[in-house]
Ligand binder design. Structure first.
Ligand code: NAD
Length: 251
């Protein structure tokens, strides 16, 4: 029996990076999926790949910073697959990299709207259904930048620190309904986001050398943790903010 047999999962930010790797792994483990992203071409491509390997997935264009779209995303899962067991609130942006005093109000607001309010909206619309059915697992993508300060990332680290504490609050409110809420705090993971931030090439090699384990994480490292949290192997874990960072925050 596969580890997510019979489960219905929504993954946001599923067109790229960690969301895409998690969609592939969840599908391979038997989940039926609603994949959400603002990147329509990328999202539909992931759905095609999953269907080509015998999986079951549906794409929906969703901007996670918009309540009505997030609510419709949850409804899509309920209408298409008659339930919702797992929500991976993973969509996010890096925002602009500047020192705090140079961070514009626009950059601050946009980063918070997608990274933090997006997670809030996912929780807001998924929790009532999960509570009613008496089970569910919500996984939020925070960051090591939500656990330790991050130079040149005031808005980003504030958004991810917010995700960590939102996770704990939701976990406390819904524990009695057997709904678990956890956060993954990725370290530096080699995805298109990190290619954009660093410019790629030698900068990636330098970054590897500065990590306790001298490599970057791969999207599959995060997908593996998401699978564990989505599965029935983690039924007593809630309110946790779990670093997957090759030792970065151990220092
Ligand atoms: P990525 O850029 O490869 O993927 C992010 C996806 O989110 C993209 O497909 C993008 O289109 C989507 N997205 C952006 N804004 C959206 C919106 N408003 N609504 C819906 N979808 C939207 O990046 P990634 O590295 O896979 O990042 C995934 C998550 O992990 C993000 O929350 C990111 O902040 C977090 N994270 C990344 C790293 C890293 O090193 N890559 C480290 C810590 C945390």
């Amino acid at each position: 029996m596969a580890r997510l047999d019979g489960k219905v999962a929504i993954i946001t930010g599923a067109a790229s990076g960690m969301g895409r790797a998690t969609a592939r792994l969840f599908a391979a483990e038997g989940a039926r999926l609603v994949l959400a992203d603002v990147n329509v071409d990328g999202g539909e491509q992931v759905v095609s790949e999953i269907k080509a390997t015998g999986g079951d997935a549906t794409f929906r264009r969703v901007d996670v910073s918009r309540g009505a779209e997030v609510e419709a995303m949850v409804t899509t899962a309920l209408d298409t697959y008659s339930g919702l067991d797992v929500l991976f609130n993973n969509a996010g942006i890096e925002g602009e990299s500047t020192w705090l005093v140079d961070c514009t109000e626009e950059n601050f607001d946009r980063t918070i709207a997608i990274n933090l309010k997006g997670v809030f909206l996912g929780l807001k619309y998924a929790l009532p259904h999960m509570a009613q059915q008496g089970r569910g697992s919500i996984i939020n993508t925070a960051s090591i930048a939500g656990l330790v300060g991050w130079r040149s990332g005031a808005a980003y680290s504030a958004s991810k620190g917010g995700v960590v504490i939102l996770t704990k609050t939701a976990a406390l409110e819904y524990a009695r309904f057997n709904v678990r809420v956890n956060a993954i705090c990725p370290g530096v993971i080699h995805t298109p986001m990190v290619e954009r931030i660093t410019g790629g090439g030698e900068a990636i090699d330098r970054l590897k050398g500065s990590q306790p384990m001298p490599r970057l994480g791969e999207a599959e490292d995060i997908a593996g943790m998401a699978l564990f949290l989505a599965s029935d192997e983690s039924t007593f874990i809630t309110g946790a903010a779990l670093p997957v960072d090759g030792g970065y925050t151990a220092r």
